[in-house]
Design a protein around this ligand. Structure first.
Ligand SMILES: *Cc1c(COP(=O)(O)O)cnc(C)c1O
Length: 384
C-alpha cells in the first residue's frame, strides 16, 4: 500500500484506499457484491473479511479514502448521514449525558436529537454557536459529552469557529463533532482545527451526482475509531458495496466540482445582492456576512450553497421556487445539478415552532456546475 498522506488533495481523492486490484490490476476498486467470504479452515480469513456487515473491500476503499481526505486516523462509511450520526451518538453517549447543538442545525439532525435521542435519555441544548460565551455557559462539565457543530450551517450558512469550539469542548471533557457536509473536505478539514469527529452526509458533495444516499464518520483518534467500528458492526447501518462504489467514484472529481460550485455561486451572489426583489443574501463569502472572517480563516473557498430572502414574504418565496427551469425544485444539495427549495416548507418543516425555525421568506440554492450564464439568467427570469 502506498502512503498517500503527504500527497495533494486531488491525488488522495483519486488514489487513497484505491490501489489497483492485486489480482487483476483493475484500476478502480471492484464492486464486491458479496455477503460472506470463504475461510481456509475455521477462522482462516484470507484478507480479514468474514461477513460484509463487518467488512467489505469496496466499503473499505471508501473508508480509507474518507480518512485520508479529512486527515483522520479512521474513516467509517454508513448507509446515510443520519445512520452515521445515530451510530456516533450511541457510541459516545449514554442516557443521562448532555449535548450542545447549533441553534440552526440540519433539520434531520435536530429531529434525531429531539425525537430519538432525547426519549432514549440524551439531553440537548440548542445554542447559537457563534456566541462563544453562550456555549461556555451551556456546557455542563462532566455531563456535556458532545458539542455538535455544522459550518456553514443549513440553511442560514452561519459560520462557526471550529478551533475556538474545540478548545471550549476539550476544557470540560467533551468532544467536538463537526458536520462537514456543506463545506466538504476540499474546502475545510475540521480535524486539523481541533475537532474530534467529522460527520458527512456523503449523499451531498462527496457523492456529488444525486444518485446515492450515504454517510461517513472520520476521527483523529484511533481508539475512538475502534469504538465506532465496533458500533458500526453492532448496529449494522452500513452502506452496500454498490453505494460505496458510487460515493468513491464521486469523490474522484470532488476538487474540480467544488471549484466550479464555488465560482458559479459567486456569480449568482453578485446578481442577487444587486437585485431589487432580494432582501438579503446569505453567503459566507460576502464581506458583510457575520462569519466572513472566520470563513476566510478556516475555509479554502466559500462553497456552493446560497440562501436569500425574497421581498414579498412567504408567498413570493414559494412562488419563486416554482418558476425556475434550470434550477430544479427539490430537497438535498451538493449534486452537479442546481436545486432550489423553500426550507420553511421543505427541508426544515420539522423545525417549525422550535428554536430552529427558519424565516419563511427564505429560499435556498444548491448551485450546480451548469453554465453559470444559464443559472444567472434562470434566476433573473424567475425573479421578474
Ligand atoms: C443531508 C444532511 C444530513 C443527513 O444526511 P442523509 O444522508 O440525508 O441521512 C446531515 N447533515 C447535513 C448538513 C445534511 O445536509
Amino acid at each position: 500500500m502506498t502512503d498517500w498522506s503527504s500527497a495533494g488533495f486531488e491525488t488522495r481523492a483519486i488514489h487513497a484506499g484505491q490501489e489497483p486490484d492485486p489480482r487483476t490490476g483493475a484500476v478502480v476498486p471492484p464492486v464486491y457484491q458479496v455477503s460472506t467470504y470463504a475461510q481456509d479452515g475455521v477462522g482462516g480469513l484470507r484478507e480479514g473479511y468474514e461477513y460484509s456487515r463487518s467488512g467489505n473491500p469496496t466499503r473499505h476503499a471508501l473508508e480509507e479514502c474518507l480518512a485520508s481526505l479529512e486527515h483522520g486516523a479512521r474513516g467509517l462509511a454508513f448507509a446515510s448521514g443520519l445512520a452515521a450520526e445515530d451510530t456516533l451518538l450511541r457510541a459516545v453517549t449514554k442516557p443521562g449525558d448532555h449535548a450542545i447543538i447549533g441553534n440552526d442545525a440540519y433539520g434531520g439532525t435536530y429531529r434525531l436529537f429531539a425525537r430519538v435521542a432525547a426519549p432514549w435519555g440524551l439531553e440537548h441544548t440548542p445554542v447559537d454557536l457563534t456566541d462563544l460565551d453562550a456555549v461556555r455557559a451551556a456546557v455542563r462539565p462532566g455531563v456535556t459529552r458532545i458539542v455538535w457543530a455544522e459550518t456553514p450551517t443549513n440553511p442560514l450558512l452561519t459560520v462557526v469557529d471550529i478551533a475556538a469550539l474545540a478548545e471550549i469542548a476539550h476544557e470540560s471533557g467533551a468532544i467536538l463533532v463537526v458536520d462537514n457536509t456543506f463545506a466538504s473536505p476540499y474546502l475545510q478539514q475540521p480535524l486539523l482545527l481541533g475537532a474530534d469527529v467529522v460527520v458527512h452526509s456523503t449523499t451531498k458533495y462527496l457523492g456529488g451526482h444525486s444518485d446515492v444516499i450515504g454517510g461517513g464518520l472520520v476521527v483523529s483518534d484511533g481508539e475512538l475509531g475502534e469504538q465506532l467500528a465496533y458500533h458500526q458492526n453492532a448496529m449494522g447501518s452500513v452502506p452496500g458495496p454498490w453505494d460505496s462504489w458510487l460515493v468513491l467514484r464521486g469523490i474522484k472529481t470532488l476538487g474540480v466540482r467544488m471549484d466550479r460550485h464555488c465560482a458559479n455561486a459567486r456569480d449568482i451572489v453578485d446578481v442577487l445582492t444587486r437585485h431589487s426583489r432580494v432582501v438579503e443574501v446569505l453567503y459566507p463569502g460576502l464581506p458583510g456576512h457575520r462569519g466572513y472572517d472566520v470563513a476566510q480563516r478556516q475555509m479554502r473557498n466559500f462553497g456552493g450553497m446560497v440562501s436569500f430572502r425574497v421581498a414579498g414574504g412567504v408567498d413570493a418565496a414559494v412562488d419563486l421556487c416554482g418558476r425556475t427551469r434550470v434550477f430544479t425544485l427539490g430537497e438535498s444539495l451538493g449534486g452537479v445539478e442546481s436545486l432550489i427549495e423553500h426550507p420553511g416548507r421543505m427541508t426544515h418543516a420539522s423545525a417549525a415552532g422550535s428554536p430552529l425555525e427558519v424565516p419563511d421568506d427564505l429560499v435556498r440554492l444548491s448551485v450546480g456546475i451548469e453554465s453559470s450564464a444559464d443559472l444567472v439568467a434562470d434566476l433573473e427570469e424567475a425573479l421578474e
